[in-house]
Design a protein around this ligand. Structure first.
Ligand SMILES: *Cc1c(COP(=O)(O)O)cnc(C)c1O
Length: 237
């Protein structure tokens, strides 16, 4: 059952307040932080709510689901950006390049090659983020921190890709305190990696997609420019 739009708007307001508070503490401008509405497993109406509220993008974790859902959204939602935040296999790169406006889960040179070729065939420049396993979580996808410089260098040579920055997911702990400590360490690692590579390569790599329902304030404190929020907007999946 989908919540009402009014309920959605209340929840979105509460998230914006949480972001504003975290920004105030960190001395940041809250306009630097975008909320990406994570609509996976929810109907097309979830994306329509996001657009009506004024959010600019939605996140999905499966190519097929987006291929089905996107055409079902209202004409007034046409300007929404659809971003892939789930793991992508190389053999689905072409479909992903076709149905998404940005891919946040690029974690290997092989995938870079496939996406670059697909974008060329589609005649588009495809924006990407590089997914880094910045918390060293054995259960997570993403390139290791140590591999990141090579991956970024390779990505920057691709003529049909535009490298906007990075994405990461923090590992869960066994207690709330441990989870928070993992999140802080993970987000700080990604921030430092970005600052270092941006300076060395002379390119902004501006986007830091980090933070979800459970850890968005910590992510904003560490410099997140995009929090990916599902549960706090739409309820449990
Ligand atoms: C599902 C998902 C989210 C949203 O998580 P919530 O805890 O529901 O806010 C964010 N990022 C990624 C990569 C996801 O797969």
């Amino acid at each position: 059952m989908m919540i009402s739009y009014e309920e959605f708007a209340d929840r979105a307001n509460a998230i914006r307040s949480q972001i504003a508070a975290a920004c105030a503490t960190a001395g940041r401008d809250s306009r630097e932080v975008e909320v990406l509405a994570v609509t996976k497993t929810h109907p097309a109406l979830a994306a329509d709510y996001a657009a009506r509220y004024g959010l600019r993008g939605v996140g999905e974790n499966r190519v097929q689901e987006t291929q089905d859902k996107r055409p079902q959204t209202a004409p007034t939602s046409a300007a929404l950006r659809w971003e892939l935040i789930g793991h992508l296999q190389s053999n689905k790169a072409r479909l992903a390049a076709q149905h998404f406006d940005r891919i946040q889960s690029v974690d290997s040179e092989k995938l870079l090659n496939h996406l670059d070729r697909a974008a060329a065939e589609l005649g588009k420049i495809l924006p990407v983020l590089l997914q880094i396993n910045a918390g060293d979580d054995p259960a997570k996808f993403g390139a290791d921190l140590a591999e990141a410089p090579r991956l970024v260098a390779a990505a920057l040579t691709k003529k049909n890709l535009r490298v906007d920055g990075f994405m990461t997911i923090a590992p869960l702990g066994t207690t709330p305190e441990e989870t928070a400590a993992h999140a802080q360490r993970t987000f700080a690692n990604l921030r430092h990696l970005r600052d270092d590579l941006a300076a060395r390569l002379g390119t902004p790599l501006r986007e830091l997609s980090m933070g979800m329902t459970g850890d968005l304030a910590l992510a904003v404190a560490a410099g997140s420019t995009m929090v990916r929020v599902g549960t706090a907007l739409y309820g449990a999946r």
